[in-house]
Design a protein around this ligand. Sequence first.
Ligand SMILES: *Cc1c(COP(=O)(O)O)cnc(C)c1O
Length: 386
Amino acid sequence: MHLSEILTHLGEEREQYFQAVAPPVIQTSNFVFPTLQAFREAFTDELSHHVYTRGNNPTVAMLRAKLAALEGAEDCLVFSSGVAAVAAAVIANVNQGDHVVCVQAPYSWTKILLTTFLPRFGVSHTFVDGRDMTEIERAIQPNTKVLYLESPNSLTFDIQDLDACAQLARSHKLVTIIDNSYASPLFQQPISHGIDLVVHSGTKYLNGHSDVVVGVVCGSKAMIKRIFDLEYMCLGGILSPHDASLVIRGLRTLELRMQRSDASAMQIATHLEKHPKIERVLHPLLPSFPQYELARKQMKGAGGLFSVYLKADNIEKVEAFIGRLRHFLMAVSWGGHESLALPMAGFYSIPGRPDSSQPWNLVRFYIGLEDPQWLIEDLEQALEVL
Ligand SMILES: *Cc1c(COP(=O)(O)O)cnc(C)c1O
């Protein structure tokens, strides 16, 4: 299906709401039944009937249809956060005594799910360098059930070979899950590489306006139904109809926003790579990136994120640089309209923060929708303090 068809029309049954262009927010918890027979029938399948909004809601269903189509998946569920989506996808595929192989340095709360939460229920894990297929294969045990990927990750952009991972997992009967938040479905479609479940923090590009926290799981009808029947209905981390309508609105401009962020980030990263105060730039689609060829093979673009190592003698210099930025806001997250700077120096002295192991001269930038030249001028004047 054409991207424009998905973003403009798919799932929008306008004849049901007065031919309105903007879909209504069906802000209801409950749905009524005209007959006992209809009531009984609805309870046989809450995923496709309207019974109660924890299970199914028309505004939320419209969003699900669009997201599934974007990923080339049969079905999709949306959650109240990316973390809720990650947790549901993993928990649905493990039992007591099982083992998960996961790439090293995944999103920080994914790491905590594996290191702190799941061990309470007898589920163990091994972290591997996902750049090395031999290391992944060596970590697989007889009780391994899940191979968890994040490609690229959102700080150093390490990449896994999706075709090779899917093939390896299939030969060991593992379920593959990938966090695809970095690339978005526009730039990478893991299901076409044979990955089973695709999760997103839709908080980032999919919503794209820094005003909703939302999670997504895409996969086959059967796998999504299994997650729906237990993790979705039982843990109840659903998205509200109002938030779903905001994400539908965000999706209208997904293609434009991704193209703009991608082009601007590439322009700025290329510029910084030549700057004497920059030690190194990490961006998966710069030829200097160690996994550049693999990135080009499986990604159509890179979006707005890149990281730099500053040539700074001490942490105070990093602080001074950050303090001088005027057009970049200092914040976590990314994927909105606004450009951001995330200095690792901010986590440096906080014990237990998973990312505190990164060097203090590493700064991650997210390039939003502003004029890239205006952002470059800001970076230039701030780099003068180094
Ligand atoms: C932000 C993020 C998450 C968590 O998503 P929330 O919507 O904040 O719960 C998961 N994975 C990645 C890669 C992220 O950037």
